[in-house]
Write a protein that binds this ligand. Structure first.
Ligand code: PMV
Length: 300
């Protein structure tokens, strides 16, 4: 039995607008997926409710092919990273498998190779993924991500974090259909071209300021940018009632900033807290409203 681990991710600033060319900032988090491998006659998967047997097995098989390993494995999903949308769990699963296989077969891999092999696993879940999630699961830290016209043209710029980010994730309990939300935003853009251009420009400025504040370690400023970002996300129609309920509860508990993280339309929300104690208070506030969640921090 061999174990491999990889971290989840959150988008701190810039989701959705990133699809239309502005950059986004993502962070790797301390919550992780831990897989256990056991050699078997056929590839198999054991995971929490809501995970797809078929896609998970396809991911395992894609990775084995990419790594040229001619064996089959039963893989179990464990760890403390929920499989809920927006957290990068499928990419963490793929990276964790690559690491476990490398251990099992005594193969020394660079992070670049881990990232490349795990991308093949991610493809099973997302067809044509941007590569952001597996990059975060491989490297952790903070990254400024700019989407290129093709996957090869995507740009990942590591950011120097000069502060601890105490984060609270709120789970709406509603499956966030990222692809449907991306289409909804594309439709909004088509119908409101001028407005969308203005909002995109604001998103660009928010992300640029965010980059500079993270590097200076000014967390209050980052919180305000998250709030400004949420205003934009609401305008483009991806913040539903449950997102709003969680975000209000977070702000009532004095979160420095609160917003959707990832695709929205449900999915997950994110708050920035002053410290760990404050993060626990924010979590308690959302739980009081009937939502689940967890406290996390950036995996450096
Ligand atoms: O829900 P997630 O974590 O997969 O994030 C989606 C982010 C979007 O900007 C909405 C889409 C994308 O491909 O960048």
């Amino acid at each position: 039995m061999t174990i491999g681990r990889a971290c989840g991710k959150l988008i701190l600033l810039g989701e959705h607008f990133v699809v239309h060319g502005t950059p986004a900032i993502a962070v790797g988090i301390s919550n992780y997926c831990e897989v256990t491998l056991k050699e078997a006659k056929e590839n198999g998967f054991v995971g929490p409710e809501g995970t797809s047997q078929e896609l998970s097995k396809k991911s395992i098989s894609n990775i084995l092919t990419a790594m040229k390993i001619n064996k089959k494995y039963l893989v179990s999903y464990g760890g403390n990273l929920p499989i809920f949308g927006g957290l990068g769990s499928s990419a963490a699963f793929s990276v964790a498998i690559v690491r476990a296989l490398a251990k099992e077969h005594k193969i020394k891999l660079t992070n670049e190779q881990i990232n490349t092999y795990s991308y093949e696993g991610e493809k099973a879940f997302h067809g044509n993924p941007s590569g952001l999630d597996n990059t975060m699961a491989t490297y952790g830290g903070a990254i400024l991500f700019t989407r290129g016209r093709t996957e090869k043209e995507n740009k990942f710029e590591p950011l120097k974090l000069n502060c601890d980010l105490h984060l609270v994730v709120g789970i709406t309990g509603i499956f966030g259909p990222t692809a449907a939300m991306v289409s909804k935003v594309a439709e909004y853009k088509k119908q409101n071209q001028n407005e969308f251009e203005i909002l995109s420009k604001k998103a660009f400025e928010i992300v640029q300021k965010g980059k500079s504040l993270l590097e200076k370690g000014e967390i209050n400023g980052i919180g305000s940018l998250m709030d400004e970002n949420q205003v934009l996300l609401k305008k483009i129609g991806v913040s539903i009632k449950e997102n709003e309920q969680i975000i209000h509860a977070m702000k009532d508990a004095n979160a420095l900033g609160a917003k959707i993280t990832g695709g929205g339309g449900g999915g997950t929300c994110l708050a920035l807290a002053e410290d760990n104690g404050h993060a626990k208070e924010i979590l308690a506030a959302i739980k009081k409203q009937g939502f689940d969640g967890f406290v996390t921090e950036v995996k450096k």
